[in-house]
Design a protein around this ligand. Sequence first.
Ligand SMILES: [Zn+2]
Length: 91
Amino acid sequence: MENTPFYCQSCGVPLTTEDIKGTENNGQKTNDYCKYCYKDIHFKKPDMNLEQMKNTVKMHMEKKNLPNFMIQKAPNILPVLKRWKNIQFLI
Ligand SMILES: [Zn+2]
């Protein structure tokens, strides 16, 4: 298999470049999260909930003028991502 792309496990953005990856404590890049969500082993917005993340993702996609069907679909993948997967059982 060719390079499997990693996706941010918080917002679902594809981690296609080193530059977009978030960082661990030692400054090392992580394959789990993007730099918009995660920096120095902390989430930038730790209090954010799934609904807020869905809205944020939509907003960013609308800004980029992405096709509407993509914008509608994108939030649906969020609940299976690592950051949200476990939380849902707690609610
Ligand atoms: Zn992210």
